[in-house]
Design a protein. Structure first.
Length: 364
């Protein structure tokens, strides 16, 4: 068994022309001329992407029946796909090449997008590009794709999450799934969809979105004017809301003295010192304990999304050679179909190296 990878149609056409037995296995009549470059090009332009998605869904169902994939832990992520335009050439010094008013004429369907150019958490470096996004829902255990969607590069990741989950649920049930995603998907509607529709749990870090740091400890306890952690002192309910009360840490101390001499310290009452209230939110998004070990270990599985995107880019899809949205979407779907085909071939061959063509080739 041998897997070949081609980044250009011309390479594929030459290979099939020189290996007629492979062309025969692919379904071509080798007694007649093989398809030309333009035949493949027209196929990519005119092929309905929904038909390719049906093929991908059939592959996912087959792997699910074989016990290779499931929806216990699923992760959603996107990766940029550069359009075939000179504006994306790093050696191009054209002025305002990433201006919205300077849309590439070579690909009218692409859009201006931005992606992170650094994997360091303490470094913010972004790059603009003209192109598309490939949104992929991945099984975080097997590392295989369950569903994919190609959009223009200016579409926000969070805006298509519900659509992707609904489509994937038509193939295999996502009920009681653990949904993993980065902070770009930290949107209330996504949490509610995962919880209410699929009865699952969301593992998404909070996106601060420029909020100011409050005087609150990691445990959630507020800090008093003296800089000390306040203690919980029960809850109160009024006006259809629940509030957590916090009191002075020296409230019941017989020898303690308020470091800042708060005005309520010597009030002659039993409950001395300052008090604060925090509204207990019934929002599922804010109720998640992201500091617990369970959240951290589960969220660590999301690295499978990064690994799969890396394998996806290795197929040559990071930079397109086609110049329209339909061809771009079809090429992306075909790349994911190829990954699933490799996995199916590996499993049927008795190999456990089903994540990449290179691993399968080494084990064959």
């Amino acid at each position: 068994m041998k897997c070949e990878g081609f980044s250009q149609i011309t390479d594929l056409a030459d290979y099939l022309d020189n290996n007629r037995i492979i062309a025969h296995y692919c379904g071509f009549d080798i007694m007649k001329p093989l398809p030309s470059y333009w035949t493949y090009d027209r196929f990519l332009k005119k092929m309905d992407n929904a038909a390719l998605k049906e093929i991908m869904a059939a592959q996912v169902k087959k792997l699910y029946e074989m016990g290779i994939v499931d929806a216990s832990f699923i992760g959603l992520d996107s990766t940029p796909v550069m359009a075939n335009t000179k504006q994306n050439n790093p050696k191009s010094f054209a002025k305002n090449k990433f201006s919205k008013e300077n849309h590439p004429k070579s690909d009218p369907d692409c859009a201006l997008g931005v992606h992170s150019a650094s994997n360091q958490h303490n470094e913010r470096r972004y790059e603009f590009y003209w192109g598309y996004k490939s949104h992929v829902l991945v099984d975080c255990i097997s590392g295989l794709p369950l569903y994919e969607l190609t959009t223009p590069g200016n579409i926000a990741d969070s805006s298509v999450a519900a659509e992707i989950l609904a489509a994937a649920d038509q193939t295999i049930s996502l009920k009681e799934c653990a949904f993993l995603a980065d902070k770009g998907y930290d949107v209330k509607s996504i949490y509610n969809t995962v919880k209410a529709v699929y009865e699952g749990e969301a593992f998404i870090p909070l996106n601060p979105r420029g909020t100011k740091a409050s005087k609150t400890l990691s445990s959630g306890n507020p800090v008093c004017e003296a800089g000390l952690a306040m203690h919980k002192d029960g809850k109160t309910t009024d006006n259809h809301r629940t509030r957590q009360k916090y009191c002075c840490p020296f409230r019941q101390s017989k020898t303690g003295v308020c470091p800042c001499d708060h005005k309520n310290w010597n009030n002659g009452k039993k409950n001395r010192g300052c008090t604060k209230y925090k509204t207990v939110s019934d929002d599922y998004r804010l109720s998640i304990d992201r500091s617990c070990l369970c959240f951290k270990r589960t969220y660590a599985l999301r690295t499978e999304c990064e690994r799969y995107n890396s394998r996806f880019k290795s197929t040559g899809q990071e930079r397109l050679w086609v110049r329209n949205g339909t061809s771009a979407a079809n090429l992306n779907t075909l790349a994911h179909i190829s990954a699933l085909a490799v996995a199916l071939a590996a499993v049927l061959h008795g190999s456990h190296s089903y994540r990449s063509a290179k691993q399968l080739r080494r084990s064959a």
